[in-house]
Design a protein around this ligand. Structure first.
Ligand code: C2E
Ligand code: CA
Ligand code: CA
Length: 514
């Protein structure tokens, strides 16, 4: 009961606040006072003068509308505290009047990066502009509220005709309105947004909460395909989102149960043919479904915030493998472990790596930290820079992964004391037959040589590609052409067979020439 009463009060307050914050209301205040004086004389004027501050106090004072809400109202937005109630009313109105409506959820893409990039004040201005533009793009009677730091929700006024086509058009119009540059201190900021919407007729569970939830699911789906995507809610989407939630739970369990562990892919020197290292690649050995590759489970790990745990598990097994190879007397100078962006934000990363190396009694140069070029290129925040540099200073090697796909500057290659660049597979494919590919590889190799960093070509599948890379002067190669990733148990045999082949090689050549 008290909730309902509170809601009614808030509602009355926001109606008054909306009126009071309109520029017209403020401009008319002197005129109103004059009119009152003219009609009612001194006493009427005194009454008005006493009542006006009281109305402002009740509206904006303690427990009333705060300045954020007031600003929102000024821009035509609905008070967030009231939004759900109003949506419930719209839902009922649409159902009882056999009318159509839809909820749109709009979120600025990569909004969370704005404060770092542009500062808090500029971010606030941008978000306010976005709110205004959404409001302006809608019709009178539609509701818009700010429902997250970078998110807005709109509920359309129920109408007779609103089909999927119209909803898609409207979503496109909203995106277009936000794509116009926003001017901040003389510079233009460009942004994109993701939009998810749900038509009221598509809600199976007949409640406004389910309606809002469905729009949220559609937004999440749009963001998964974003940036700049639009998605309409469907029942299929709900099933998919449930499956994803199950997968997240399952992957977390698998990680704890030890079903996710590294497989190892060798890297060899183009000069000597010897093994110069292995890369540890995560594999989920599922008891029923067999081998699952990282592309299928890494997103679930990231969504469950378990990347840190994965890195821990990968590092543990990678170091255990190094120790085992050492003890067996097979030479594997180093191991590459992949570190994703979020893991590189871990403030305890350097300590953890140092601690794990100590535990296995390994020197830091045995670990090659694989960092994606895109992570380094995106002018990362302080903590990522500190972590990569810290690991470099500790003595670990830094491998720049997927090089050629991420536009890292030469300055960042120097700044992060990169030891080696891993030339992306897209440059290596068919390189022995495609002169354009050869030119790109040559350019990368020349740059690397000048910068004094080593090179490794990824995804080497054929003898032809291998030979060309050796001829162009690439230092190391890795790919199916040398070996596919394999479980630890197979690595020693593989190394022994590989070394035996190397020893045979000169003899074969010798026989031929002799
Ligand atoms: P990546 O780091 O670029 O790893 C190389 C990928 O290329 C691996 O795929 C490998 O199996 C595949 N590959 C190697 N040689 C060839 C080849 O000759 N031809 C073709 N077509 N592919 C080749 P995989 O194991 O499926 O891993 C995919 C990506 O998942 C990795 O790309 C890496 O970004 C990520 N990943 C794998 N393990 C981990 C991990 O432990 N942590 C994190 N954060 N990411 C991981
Ligand atoms: Ca890698
Ligand atoms: Ca790679």
């Amino acid at each position: 009961m008290s909730g309902l009463f509170g809601e009614k009060t808030t509602r009355a307050r926001s109606v008054v606040a909306e009126f009071l914050t309109r520029p017209a209301a403020l401009a008319c205040l002197p005129a109103v006072s004059l009119a009152v004086y003219w009609m009612g004389g001194d006493s009427a004027l005194i009454t008005v003068a006493a009542i006006m501050p009281l109305i402002y106090l009740l509206t904006f004072g303690p427990g009333g509308i705060n300045t954020d809400q007031a600003t929102a109202l000024q821009h035509g937005l609905t008070d967030t505290a009231l939004f759900d109630t109003l949506v419930a009313e719209r839902f009922k109105e649409a159902r009882e009047g056999a009318l159509s409506s839809a909820i749109f959820k709009i979120e600025i893409d990569e909004g969370t990066e704005f404060p770092d990039r542009l500062g808090h004040a500029a971010t606030e201005t941008i978000v306010a502009r976005v709110g205004e533009r959404i409001f302006a793009a809608l019709r009178e009677g539609d509701l818009v509220a700010k429902t997250g730091d970078y998110k807005f929700t709109a509920c359309l006024k129920p109408v007779r005709q609103l089909d999927l086509e119209l909803c898609i058009q409207l979503a496109g119009r909203l995106q277009a309105a936000l794509e116009e540059p926003i001017s901040i201190d003389g510079t233009s900021v460009y942004l994109t947004s993701s939009v998810g919407f749900c038509q009221h007729s598509h809600v199976i569970n007949q409640s406004s909460m389910a309606w809002l939830d469905a729009a949220r699911t559609a937004l999440r789906e749009a963001q998964a395909h974003g940036p700049n995507a639009i998605r309409a809610y469907s029942n299929e989407m709900k099933r998919r989102s449930e499956t994803r939630a199950e997968l997240r739970q399952e992957v977390a369990n698998a990680l704890e149960a030890g079903h996710i562990r590294p497989w190892f892919q060798p890297q060899i020197s183009t000069d000597t043919g010897l093994v110069t290292g292995f890369e540890a690649l995560a594999r989920w050995e599922h008891p029923d479904r067999g081998m699952i590759s990282p592309a299928d489970f890494l997103p679930a790990i990231e969504q469950s915030d378990m990347l840190e745990r994965l890195a821990e598990v990968m590092m543990y097994h990678a170091f255990a493998a190094l120790r085992a190879w050492d003890e067996a007397g097979v030479s594997v100078p180093q191991i590459g472990v992949n570190f994703a962006g979020p893991e590189l934000k871990n403030p305890r990363l350097i300590d953890k790596v140092r601690w794990e190396l100590d535990r296995f009694d390994l020197t830091p140069e045995r670990l090659a930290v694989e960092v994606l070029e895109t992570v380094v290129a995106r002018a990362p925040d302080d903590i990522i820079t500190r972590n990569i540099n810290g690991l470099g200073q500790l003595g670990c090697r830094i491998d720049l992964d997927d090089f050629g796909t991420g536009h890292a500057s030469i300055a960042s290659i120097r700044r992060f004391s990169v030891s080696r660049i891993k030339i992306d597979r897209s440059f290596v494919m068919k390189a022995d037959r495609d002169p354009d590919q050869q030119r790109m590889i040559s350019a990368i190799l020349t740059m690397a040589e000048r910068l004094g960093v080593e090179t490794l070509a990824e995804g080497v599948e054929t003898v032809g590609e291998h030979a060309l890379l050796a001829q162009l002067g690439c230092d190391h190669v890795q790919g199916f052409g040398i070996a596919k990733p394999m479980p630890f148990e197979e690595t020693q045999d593989w190394i022994i067979r590989h070394n035996a082949k190397l020893q045979d090689m000169p003899r074969i050549l010798g026989n031929r020439t002799g």
